[in-house]
Design a binder for this molecule. Structure first.
Ligand code: NI
Length: 178
């Protein structure tokens, strides 16, 4: 048994890709393996760099999210959300310009509830609740969408979405030819 396991940067899946539409399954038990996966997710997110990542974005269909919303001049603040559930959401929405590591170089405004109350399991397997507003609320809802196979571009108009997907598909073809 190795006593030390280095974290690994995994490949991030980009749209269009059918794996990003998969509905992720709940984690039955938080084990050393789950924590190793979360460590890799965090490392992958930091390397990208990004502020949030769902397991499905590295091809693992489990309900796990990592986030870090600390600013560049702040200490890292890694957060882990396993099997997150929304208990309450505000009726008021707030617009945010969103982006996604699985939708490279695309940014657009999405309206989401500006407050949510969540229940989730943390890195150590403890059940916790949390209230979130502002960027945290936006980010957690964006990541929770990934668990349902939904991308932020799915909240845009059909026309915008199809333009984005065409652009991304073309980009993939060019990369494949290079
Ligand atoms: Ni995303």
């Amino acid at each position: 048994m190795p006593i030390f396991r280095a974290m690994t940067i995994r490949e991030i899946i980009t749209a269009p890709d059918p794996r990003l539409k998969v509905i992720s399954k709940p984690v039955a038990e938080v084990t050393a393996e789950t924590r190793a996966l979360m460590d890799d997710m965090l490392e992958t997110m930091y390397a990208a760099p990004g502020i949030g990542l769902a397991a499905i974005q590295i091809g693992v269909p489990l309900r796990i999210i990592v986030m870090d919303l600390a600013k560049d001049d702040e200490e890292p603040d890694p957060r882990y959300y396993i099997n997150p559930e929304i208990l309450e959401a505000a009726e008021e929405t707030a617009p945010y310009e969103e982006g996604c590591l699985s939708v490279p170089d695309v940014y657009d405004t999405v309206e989401r509830p500006d407050y949510v109350k969540l229940r989730f399991i943390d890195y150590h397997g403890e059940i916790r609740t949390m209230e979130a507003s502002g960027l945290t609320a936006t980010c957690i809802q964006h990541e929770m969408d990934h668990l349902e196979g939904i991308l932020f571009i799915d909240h845009l108009s059909r026309l915008k979405r199809s333009m984005v997907l065409k652009k991304l598909a073309k980009q993939k073809r060019l990369e494949a030819e290079a």
